[in-house]
Design a protein. Structure first.
Length: 433
């Protein structure tokens, strides 16, 4: 799988960013990482040829492709259309997700539901991915148990089986995205109806449900906290073509870059209705936005940003993936902002990197107090995860001197040519050895 990354252990690349003037032009947003990986997993449910378009050129797509290939679903980029992923379910499925691939990508846990539905058994290594605190999968297993699955944990693997899945009424303790996705994909082939209360409502879940419905599934309630899944026979499902929903976190990153550097940029493909809370917070900080047919126009007039308080909440609240971007902007805003993390308590590990740039941030449990300073100073920093890495890039664009970001393989897992897209807007940024 080809991506924009040429990362190697011998000569790792870094991102070099310098203080940039106002950004101008337009930037296109590719499909969402948090959608495409789940769509790829859903191809386990039915044999045949699939075509996914608007696929981002990110490392995680390649990793998920390798994982599915080990199970019997092949994938390749269309040579004539680099944003199109061609997939084939051969019909011969090996229901095991090996450790060496699963530990690289947490989204791999969503193969559990479709494997159980399709094969009646599954053996999946405990998932890896970004390291920002404990993220248990108890709700995944509890929901699948309600559908008739049983589980054992042996030597780091989840071993699952069922004599036949059946519909159930399931109430999630928390609107978990992954648990909702796993339960929905399993319930598609369960006998009878399934009701999922307190389901996650993210646009990426609605995209997955639309994909499944086009395959022949019957799912109602997308975008609401209650999903209704009417189980169908496996023979009713068929392969389809589908365009991946645009990535709202990539869109948010380019908007944050405009807030950091000033200017006016059309973020083509961004959907304002998927980002209402984020856009509202940017407006409160002094960054304006106008929804348009082709995307969202974002502009900043050069005045200093204003501080605010923000807390992460499940969708449609303020997404945890937006938080590193807003913390970065608050480092140079006028006043003091308090940021509260309600979803992943360990997700402040990038704060030390911002402090190396001169940020005044104090953390206390799941709170961060950010006192705006007049400017940041360039330094060497490392990306601890995907979103924090992107936030450090934004910080580098408003810091004096040069900022060198290492461990950018994390960024490549979730961003399709972040450096090239920012440079096209006038940012002073490049990848270097």
């Amino acid at each position: 799988m080809v991506t924009d990354s040429s990362y190697s252990a011998e000569r790792p690349e870094r991102i070099l960013a310098r203080r940039s003037g106002p950004l101008h032009g337009e930037v296109s947003v590719p499909g969402a990482k948090n959608a495409v990986l789940k769509l790829m997993a859903a191809t386990l449910l039915a044999d045949g040829h699939y075509e996914l378009s608007n696929v981002p050129g990110i490392a995680d797509v390649g990793t998920m492709g390798e994982l599915l290939a080990a199970m019997g679903v092949t994938s390749r980029i269309d040579p004539a259309r680099p944003d199109v992923l061609l997939m084939e379910n051969t019909g011969v499925i090996t229901p095991e997700a090996p450790y060496d691939l699963v530990e690289r990508i947490r989204a791999s846990i969503v193969v559990l539901g479709p494997l159980l539905a399709r094969c009646g058994v599954a053996r999946v290594s405990m998932p890896g991915g970004d390291d920002f605190g404990k993220r248990p999968i108890d709700m995944h297993l509890k929901g699948l148990e309600s559908l008739g699955a049983t589980f054992e944990l042996r030597r780091g693997y989840i071993e699952a089986r069922t004599d036949g899945l059946h519909g159930a009424d399931i109430t999630l303790d928390f609107p978990s995205v992954g648990a909702t996705e796993n339960i929905v994909m399993a319930a598609v082939l369960a006998k009878g109806p399934t009701v999922i209360d307190n389901a996650a409502r993210e646009p990426e879940i609605a995209d997955l449900c639309a994909f499944l419905n086009s395959m022949g599934a019957v799912i109602e309630g997308m975008g609401s906290p209650t999903l209704y899944v009417h189980g169908v026979p496996q023979s009713d499902l068929r392969p389809v073509q589908h365009a991946v929903v645009p990535d709202r976190v990539q869109a948010a990153t380019y908007m944050a870059a405009v807030a950091a550097c000033q200017g006016e940029v059309l973020v083509r493909g961004a959907r304002a209705e998927h980002m209402e809370m984020y856009l509202r917070r940017l407006r409160e900080m002094g960054v304006q936005s106008t929804p348009q047919n082709e995307g969202v126009l974002v502009y900043s007039d050069g005045r200093r940003l204003r501080s605010l308080d923000v807390q992460t909440l499940p969708y449609p609240g303020f997404a945890t993936d937006y938080k590193p971007l807003v913390v970065t902007l608050l480092t140079v805003a006028d006043g003091v902002g308090i940021v509260t993390e309600n979803l992943y308590p360990g997700r402040f590990r990038y704060v030390e990197e911002l402090q190396r740039l001169g940020a005044d941030i104090r953390t206390d449990g799941h709170h961060a107090v950010v006192r705006g300073v007049s400017s940041l100073d360039g330094a060497q920093v490392r990306a601890p995860d995907i979103r924090a890495g992107a936030a450090l890039v934004v910080a580098g664009l408003m810091a004096s001197g040069e900022t060198v970001i290492s461990d950018i393989h994390h960024v490549d897992r979730g961003y399709d040519d972040l450096v090239g897209r920012l440079a096209s807007l006038g940012a002073d940024i490049e990848r270097v050895r």
